[in-house]
Design a protein around this ligand. Sequence first.
Ligand code: C5P
Length: 227
Amino acid sequence: VQNITIAIDGFSSTGKSTVAKQLAKHLGYIYVDTGAMYRAVTLFTMQNGWIDADHFDVMALVSNLDKVSISFTFNPDLGFAEVYLNGKNVEKQIRTLEVSSFVSKVAAIPEVRYQLVKQQQQMGKDKGVVMDGRDIGTVVFPYAELKIFMTASAEKRATRRYNELIERGDNVQYEDVLRNVQERDYIDSHREDSPLVKAEDAIEIDNSDLSLEEQFDKVLGLVQMTL
Ligand code: C5P
């Protein structure tokens, strides 16, 4: 059987990564979490003091992009790859609400996207990859054999993200998580460079009322039809 490219796009916290990871494991494919890459660049920007609630030094970031190195290393205990920023595991640090509050601004910068998209295309060049993000089916792999566009209501998505953060021990308010999800969706869909849109040939799945098993079965069915 031939390896294919599977692109999973959609709004924030639709559970894209959960299904993408399951699928990659099931198929023996590589999984690439492109959101983690934008989050790592955001962390780098924060660490250098170039972004906070009321300022963003885009020039400083853009002129130092060559100092950002992002890589993934498979963690056998977790069963998936973790993201490294300049050689340091930042998997935990990139998932905070603070990083989430800046990431869409950083991801709107064309120079940032250019660099990360190039790396993503390189990682998926041999196919056998499940990649999730916002522009995978439209920009990164417009010729992907299977494109899925995941949706769910904003409240459902915020509840899931809130539960994740609470489970990790983060002290967050539901309203702040909901606002962040809505803000990111707005910025991601309205930016000039590679806005979040459903690719014409993507198959939409609304998982508001699907269990993880039902969602996985649905996606696996689509894969089997494509292979
Ligand atoms: O997928 P996740 O929610 O972790 O992504 C974080 C942010 O990174 C998104 O809100 C979006 O701004 C940006 N992103 C992007 N393009 C991608 C993946 C993520 O712009 N392919």
